[in-house]
Ligand binder design. Structure first.
Ligand code: MG
Length: 463
């Protein structure tokens, strides 16, 4: 099936603006499609705290029941809590979480996971899409409907299971004071308990679940985390952490108020695991900083790069037996716990690292070379033209002599050994994304601007 025909799912499940691409009517149909795919199995359902989540959850459940699915309702839960619950309960065939993660408040969506708690692969999602488009639903009769069972202990189950992988005594000895910015998302339901069990002193901000996200947008970007920085300094805390709307991403702030992006924190955790557990491989996306290799290669850790998207990282980790992988946006994946992004385990691992070295995060980041990244995008008029544009762009870059060109995901052009620009089309929106990295902000901006210019040139030629 071509990319254009892949209508429902993007890189991270099915997302859309509520009332436009995503209505309760569509949610019922989606439920029937997912239920037909799982063939009368048992499915866990959960949701984030968005204003539309409860409505969409009800519709989704109705759709699932219409095709004979037995629903286990976990209620309000972070995505990794639902994933862990599905993974550890053999009677469940899969799960669906109603969430739009870090997207603006008007969005919502569905993420479908299989029996191992991992997001379905592309081929599986396409099967659901085909059922949805053809409306080939496996309707059941009155005698086949099954009542929902409410599960109320998913979060405590998660905490218990997660902490089996953490050295609590080590963290307890350090009496860490931490500011946690929940960003009005659902991680405020699961993370405090983990921190309390580690004897941390917790100062929480934006901990009320609120689908309007009044004090900060659900995406934990440095611009959105200024209050976290301030709070860490004001309370003289040892560490700060911020989550996205559904709690699978964690971004850290050092004790001086500096926000560190996910490729740095992921690298710090990998370096610790290399020293302590002897790991010799880690996995990250092609858009992560070069500092990952710079820090880890000299320590004997091979860095495997994948296409952008956590599912690609998960896939390689499982295939090659890698226990730690991460994304630049703060998604950390610890395989022994579960092969999906999890803000809770990432937080606890970071606390363990700080406790092990008895060093604050700023000190742990001290020897990491400073690199600057710029992220921007170009809008394209016609979504269908993006492959034509990308092909022309590849030819344009290949016609010149650059240090290196990689074509794993879009095109990554290395100007020299340390400066690069990555250009890749979005899977869901009519945009082409640009990432660049250099040793100065000025250089990184220039690289991104140059890429933008080239894309615009190619676009005007393609009209
Ligand atoms: Mg998320």
């Amino acid at each position: 099936m071509s990319e254009e025909a892949k209508k429902l799912f993007g890189t991270n499940g099915f997302r859309g603006v509520v009332g436009r691409e995503l209505t309760p009517e569509i949610a019922i149909k989606f439920g029937m499609a997912v239920g037909t795919y799982f063939k009368e199995g048992r499915i866990a359902v959960g949701m984030d705290g968005r204003t539309s989540s409860d409505m969409l959850r009800s519709a989704l459940v109705a759709g699932l029941q219409r095709v004979g699915i037995k629903v286990y309702d976990l209620g309000l839960v972070p995505t990794p809590v639902l994933q862990k619950y599905v993974r550890e309960h053999g009677y469940l065939s899969g799960g669906v979480i109603v969430t739009a993660s870090h997207n603006p408040p008007e969005y919502n969506g569905f993420k479908v996971v299989g029996e191992n708690g991992v997001e379905l692969a592309d081929e599986e999602e396409r099967k659901i899409e085909t059922i949805f488009m053809n409306e080939s639903f496996n309707y059941t009769e009155w005698f086949g409907f099954k009542e929902t069972t409410v599960i109320s202990d998913a979060i405590s189950f998660y905490a218990r299971e997660l902490l089996k992988h953490i050295d609590l005594d080590l963290i307890k000895r350090n009496k860490i004071r931490i500011v946690a910015d929940f960003g009005h998302g659902v991680s405020s339901l699961s993370v405090p308990d983990l921190l309390i069990k580690a004897d941390c002193e917790i100062i929480s901000i934006n901990s009320d679940i609120n689908g309007r996200f009044p004090n900060r947008p659900p995406e934990p970007t440095p611009e959105n985390l200024r209050n976290l920085s301030k709070a860490v300094r004001a309370y003289d805390a040892d560490l700060g952490v911020a989550y996205d709307g559904d709690g699978d991403r964690a971004i850290f702030c050092d004790e001086k108020g500096m926000i560190w992006w996910g490729d740095v924190s992921g690298t710090i955790i990998a370096r610790y695991l290399a020293e302590k557990e002897g790991i010799n491989k880690t996995v990250t996306g092609i858009n992560s900083s070069l500092i990952v290799e710079k820090v880890l290669n000299p320590r004997g850790v091979k860095v495997i790069r994948t296409k952008v998207g956590s599912r690609n990282i998960t896939k390689v980790m499982i295939e090659r037996g890698v226990i730690w992988g991460f994304e630049e946006n703060g998604g950390g994946i610890y395989g022994p716990h579960q092969y999906v992004r999890d803000g809770g385990i990432t937080t606890m691992l970071m606390l363990q690292v700080i406790s092990y070295y008895k060093m604050p995060l700023s000190k742990l980041c001290e020897n990491i070379p400073r690199m600057f990244q710029v992220k921007t995008k170009v809008h394209i008029e016609d979504f269908k033209k993006r492959s034509i544009i990308m092909n022309k762009l590849v030819r344009l870059y290949e016609g010149e002599s650059f240090y290196k060109i990689e074509k794993l995901d879009g095109i990554k052009v290395w100007i020299n050994k340390i400066n690069w620009v990555l250009i890749r089309p979005s899977g869901t929106e009519p945009i082409i994304r640009i990432f660049s990295e250099a040793e100065t902000e000025f250089k990184a901006k220039k690289l991104a601007e140059d890429a933008k210019k080239r894309i615009n040139e190619v676009m005007s030629e393609s009209k």
